[in-house]
Write a protein that binds this ligand. Structure first.
Ligand SMILES: Cc1cc2nc3c(=O)[nH]c(=O)nc-3n(C[C@H](O)[C@H](O)[C@H](O)COP(=O)(O)OP(=O)(O)OC[C@H]3O[C@@H](n4cnc5c(N)ncnc54)[C@H](O)[C@@H]3O)c2cc1C
Length: 376
């Protein structure tokens, strides 16, 4: 089977690898592979710490993906010989003031009601876990099974894995999906060349709606949600594990890597396709991070960047076959695309090769928005 994938972010790349492993002939089309949100993301693998009221189906998907991460990474690293910086040492979430602590207590009750184990830590235990935390930190929660990965290393390994399995990379923008007799039959590139295929996967992150040729209303709206992050560097041990904090209701996280990088993130801004880094965005991150870990002001500054999370109308991914035969969608992964990469790749490879998404992916089918409109 010939498959063309539009977009080589973490979703397109992971799917290309899994589909090629299942025997498909895959072509990836992207003018700048792995340059979107996947190159900015912190890489927390945290269905539990990111848990939000009303997002239980997403939680289940996140838990299922976290479970697949170990074997996914082991296979990827063995095939390519590249490290992804995968860590499973848990995520600590701490509270700065009494209100923040109250919120964490509520979150813990909610997590427990869903049968998810987290450990409540008092002030002293938080500082025993992370000695650099400010003495004023009130307490926290440990999600022992959460972890992190370096998304830049992950996408580099996925590109290499695809190459090993014969995935062809076309470094050009896809202008349109080719539709003949009400079926998607390939892609037209910006330069005018056409790539024919049995199936097309549209996985262009927040740019998914820019690809032309499709019937109106087929692709649910996907909006860009800006996130600014900064990268610091340390030569001495500073943080043992990913630490998230609530500081007077505002949330900040620090994700350490084995090579000394520490990613501090992230703002969440509805600003359209704006990727400017702003003084205010960075100030907020540094202000809150310093409240939690005063020593960060001593660390070396390495980089600032801003990326665009692809957000669907309900902030959950949009994955699976569409009403247009031959066209599969893989977008809308919002804050969780790195976490959801293994499961999305399996769901999308099945949608492409078997014509339907497996059970676990069904709640995220593209037609769910049509259905809710009809009900209204
Ligand atoms: C600041 C920040 C922090 C984040 N932290 C985390 C985290 O800790 N954990 C987590 O799980 N997720 C995190 N995310 C979310 C995660 O990064 C995204 O959900 C994920 O990267 C989405 O992947 P994607 O492949 O859909 O899109 P992208 O990575 O944006 O890739 C889209 C690709 O499509 C290509 N493209 C666009 N238009 C076309 C076209 N017409 N033709 C061909 N190619 C095209 C682009 O060049 C790009 O390479 C974070 C995101 C941000 C911004």
């Amino acid at each position: 089977m010939e498959i063309v994938i539009i977009g080589a972010g973490v979703v397109g790349l992971a799917t290309a690898w899994r589909a090629a492993a299942r025997g498909a002939a895959v072509t990836l089309v992207d003018p700048a592979p792995a340059s979107g949100a996947s190159s900015v993301a912190a890489g927390m693998l945290t269905p539990v710490s990111e848990l939000t009221y009303g997002e239980e189906p997403l939680l289940r998907l996140g838990l299922a993906s976290r479970e697949r991460y170990g074997p996914f990474v082991a296979e990827l690293e063995e095939l390519t010989g590249l490290s992804t910086g995968y860590r499973t040492d848990g995520i600590l979430e701490v509270a700065f003031d009494a209100d923040d602590l109250g919120y964490l207590h509520d979150l813990r009750r909610f997590q427990e009601s869903l049968g998810i184990p987290t450990e409540a830590l008092d002030r002293r235990e938080c500082r025993r876990q992370e000695p650099m935390l400010a003495p004023s930190v009130r307490g926290g929660l440990l999600a022992p099974e959460d972890g992190s990965i370096d998304p830049r290393r992950l996408t580099a390994a996925l590109l290499a894995a695809g190459e090993r399995l014969g995935v062809r990379l076309v470094r050009e923008r896809a202008a349109a999906v080719l539709v003949e007799r009400d079926t998607a039959v390939g892609v037209r590139l910006d330069g005018g060349a056409e790539l024919r295929a049995d199936r097309v996967l549209l996985a262009a992150g927040p740019w998914t709606g820019d690809v032309e040729g499709l019937p109106p209303g087929l692709v649910p709206p996907v909006r860009p949600v800006k996130g600014q992050v900064l990268r610091l560097r340390t030569r001495v041990p500073f943080l043992r594990r990913t630490t998230r904090g609530l500081v007077r209701g505002s949330s900040v996280y620090l994700v350490p890597r084995a090579d000394g990088e520490i990613v501090v993130g992230a703002t969440q801004e509805e600003m359209g396709f704006d990727t400017r880094v702003t003084a205010g965005g960075l100030w907020e991150l540094l202000r809150d991070a310093r409240e939690l870990l005063p020593g960060i002001t001593e660390l070396e500054f390495a980089e600032v960047s801003a990326g665009l999370r692809p957000g669907s109308p309900d902030n959950a991914p949009v994955m699976g076959p569409t009403a247009l035969p031959g066209l599969v969608l893989g977008t809308g992964h919002f804050r969780n695309g790195v976490l959801l990469a293994p499961i999305s790749a399996d769901v999308l490879a099945a949608a492409l090769l078997d014509g339907e998404a497996p059970e676990v992916g069904r709640p995220f089918a593209p037609d769910r928005f049509e259905q809710s409109e009809q009900k209204v």
